[in-house]
Write a protein that binds this ligand. Structure first.
Ligand code: F0G
Length: 495
């Protein structure tokens, strides 16, 4: 609680100690003029001190030109020591806390029945309420194990927006991944508090039209990463759950950024302002039959994930596949110390001071560059700012990949690495044809607890400089590509 008035202090003390005498003493000593009616403090401060530091790669413009050419004009193939501010992903790139490192030192590395698994399981059950907790080495392994057990060839899966690995895992099994995000969620400039919501009318129509037997499951991705890191409201989670269950379909959450989604519900949805993020998270999970999770995001860990669910029979089948592909059910591809890091990290991700700082620092960058005219997905998401390349570079046609071009220009100018979320990532259809993605974006994803406000100021300066020179940016063509998930390894050439 932030103490701004004597009254707040009174409440805080009576809440914490319940000792009226102390309150009276403090009240008498209080320099009232100095401390009463304090205004809200505007500066964003990192809610941590830094005791371990890592030098980052300073490069010259010339070095970056050569590095990008050597990487086949694909930022995924750049060595990280050639990157100054790395916003490629918020996945597994965060800084861990002293408490996480301490828990890791005390881990139990037993193959079976380790205490570290108990700690991990207890934390996941406490937050999600799901009965079965299946550890995996990261999110996509949880997806693969779950989908292998519930998706039949030819079946359709429904999501607000499937993330790329989610979609790829479904297509690999012969399923068809369909995105049903609300129309506002596809318009970058349109302001809406919950642009990650699913269109519930479309959900119902799709189930009716395709038939329940042809649908494998309904899922909501919180926050909706591929749709701009946009949150899903509690009302929408509840409504989607009710529709799915009405038709007897299972409903899952892709919970990678559940804590950030909880914070958005707290600050944007009526009735949640006074709730703790952890209570909101518990309510979100209560509407679902299970979740897949990448602990590399809101698990605050460098590796790890899990599948959590209630269905006993399905859990047994998933554990059988887990043993085949990941490991024994009490470690599933993780070291004991990874499970300890996640057990602590899941709670740290839900701390209000942390979430306030995280969401505000991203909004701070968004506000600065928006004021200079840079088009971004509005409002900014929970883990990233998404630059709208189609709006910024109208002179580059979709077939020349404007977001890819913008991403590379950002690296050349300032050593900043983002990621294209557009037609290179999503444009190739399962039949090999090419179709422009609904949005062509550059995502600048913030690692958790890594960069400070002056890093963000630098970023704003570089992005604005790039915006002023936008007409000098030209497109790219593909030289070499893989048949699936081509963006990771594609080689490009400037036009
Ligand atoms: N679902 C969502 C919404 C994701 O954002 C990711 C990963 C995954 C599933 C897969 O998890 O990487 O642990 O296997 N997103 C990362 C990103 C890679 O950069 O957004 P994973």
């Amino acid at each position: 609680m932030f103490v701004t008035t004597i009254n707040d202090l009174y409440l805080e003390l009576s809440y914490n100690h319940g000792v009226v005498l102390i309150i009276q003493k403090v009240f008498d000593k209080m320099p009232k003029k100095l401390l009463e009616n304090l205004p809200e403090i505007k500066t964003i401060i990192e809610p941590f001190r830094i005791r371990s530091v890592e030098a980052h790669g300073g490069t010259t413009v010339q070095e970056r030109v050569l590095a990008l050419e050597a990487a086949g004009y694909n930022p995924f193939l750049l060595p990280s020591d050639k990157v100054l501010i790395d916003l490629l992903t918020d996945s597994g790139t965060g800084a861990m806390s002293a408490k996480q490192w301490a828990a890791m030192i005390a881990s139990d590395e037993a193959y079976a029945g380790s205490k570290s698994f108990d700690n991990f399981q207890r934390a996941v059950q406490d937050i999600t309420g799901f009965k079965h907790v299946i550890p995996t080495h990261q999110g996509r392994a949880a997806e693969h194990i779950l989908f292998s057990n519930i998706v039949q060839k030819g079946q359709i899966t429904l999501n607000n927006t499937h993330f790329d690995t989610t979609r790829a895992n479904i297509e690999y099994l012969g399923g068809e991944a369909r995105d049903l995000v609300i129309a506002e969620g596809k318009q970058p400039m349109h302001i809406h508090p919950f642009k990650g919501n699913m269109d519930t009318d479309l959900l119902r129509q799709t189930i009716e039209r395709e038939g329940v037997a042809n649908i494998a499951f309904v899922m909501l991705t919180v926050t909706n990463n591929s749709g701009g890191g946009q949150p899903v409201s509690m009302a929408n989670i509840k409504a989607v759950s009710e529709i799915a269950h009405e038709y007897g379909l299972p409903f899952y959450l892709d919970a990678c950024r559940f804590a950030e989604n909880s914070w958005f519900i707290k600050i944007r949805e009526e009735g949640y302002a006074d709730k703790e993020p952890i209570e909101i998270a518990r309510e979100m999970f209560s509407y679902a039959d299970g979740c897949t999770m990448s602990a590399k995001k809101d698990g605050m860990a460098n590796i790890g994930g899990f599948l959590a669910l209630n269905d006993d029979d399905l859990a047994m089948r998933c554990r059988n596949l887990l043993i085949l592909t990941e490991g024994f059910p009490t470690y599933g591809g993780l070291a004991g110390y990874d499970m300890e890091a996640i057990a602590v990290g899941l709670y740290e991700a839900l701390e209000p001071d942390y979430l306030r700082y995280r969401i505000r620092s991203i909004a701070y960058l968004a506000d600065k560059i928006t004021a200079a005219g840079v088009p971004i997905v509005q409002p900014p998401g929970g883990h990233a700012v998404y630059l709208d390349a189609r709006a910024m570079l109208p002179h580059i046609p979709d077939s020349h990949y404007p977001a890819w071009a913008l991403c590379n220009a950002l690296y050349l100018l300032g050593g900043v690495r983002g990621v294209e979320i557009g037609s290179v990532m999503f444009g190739m259809q399962p039949d090999g044809t090419e179709k422009p993605a609904p949005m062509d974006l550059v995502r600048l994803a913030f690692p958790r607890r890594v960069y400070t406000q002056s890093h963000v100021d630098y970023l704003a300066e570089i992005i604005i400089m790039l915006y002023e020179r936008r007409e000098a940016i030209s497109g790219y063509r593909i030289v070499e590509q893989a048949p699936v998930l081509r963006h990771f390894t594609v080689k490009m050439a400037p036009l």
